[in-house]
Design a protein around this ligand. Sequence first.
Ligand code: TXA
Ligand code: MG
Length: 356
Amino acid sequence: MSDAERRTRILAVNAEHPEPDRIAEAARLIRAGQLVAFPTETVYGLGANALDAAAVRGIFAAKERPACDPLIVHLADVEALPPLVAELPPQVERLAEAFWPGPLTLVLPRSAAIPDEVTAGGPTVALRIPAHPVARALIRAAKRPIAAPSANRFGRLSPTRAEDVLADLGGRIDLILDGGLTPVGVESTVLSLVTPVPTILRPGGISREALEAVLGAVAVRSRTVGTGEIAASPGTLPQHYAPRTPLRLLLGGNEAVLAAMRRAALEAAARGRRIGLLVAEEDLPSLRNLPAVIEVAGSLRNPRGVARQLYAALRRLDGAGVERILARDFGERGLGLAVRDRLSRAAGGDVVEVTE
Ligand code: TXA
Ligand code: MG
């Protein structure tokens, strides 16, 4: 079906108490092999029946995602897990107890029930039990595991609102369940349990500190960018989660970073151009009257709040007609690590350590 022929319907749902008739309608589409975008607590997912290979191929087509990048399978409860995995490592029970339902994805040895399309032909499958009431209701009503990547075109910013999904995938998918802004704002933490030490492949909504409190030592698969350790998940390119506008991530002391932002804004203004700045609340006094488009992602004291606002703030800067975006770093404590990972990927490697 071409984009022009396919109409994408939008159905508003109550995020806390989703209307059963609307969920039933979406579940019917999932069972029929169609594509439904829905809110999870992290970002919107683009869902299809995970056991239907043709439906899963539809996800890759709509997103223009390379087939080598495997998908996360979403379940309603732990009872749905055993048939999908070849083995249940001992940590699963403790992790499930502590973090499910929630923004943690576990990479486990797969069973033959999972189509190759989902796992990109690999020996493992990524699984998670989302906490969002709409996601849970949909999976329950569909009575199927639901494969769902973030509901954006491949390589673009993940969607935290239904309108973001529509902007990227309108005409390419059958239905969007609109449950408002997603509460966590960055994707789930992807944790591999097939490595000798549990390894974070992608930092996300569950912090490394929280995982270590349950598991003991946890490794972070990393590539070094600037001073920070930044995790990379296999099958993802370093240039990922990217706005269209070039973005540079500035690492370094507050004063040095703010001075660099002021210089860049004035230099652009002298040429009749504007830059965009992604900053913290605490930065605003130092940026007063600066000729730049400024977006506040939140407070340095609250990385969770920054994660929630991150993608919407980046989308606003991306739509503001600025020639480039300079983003500050928000540290690596709690969800700060996930924020740094997404900003460094949005920068496509343009990460600069600034000194006075
Ligand atoms: O929060 C989330 O995780 C969202 C919501 C919708 O659940 N989903 C999401 O999916 O972010 P996606 O496809 O955009 O990112 C999934 C990540 C990719 O980096 C992929 O490479 C990795 O998980 N992944 C999936 N299956 C894997 C596997 N078997 N082994 C290693 N990494 C895997
Ligand atoms: Mg994604």
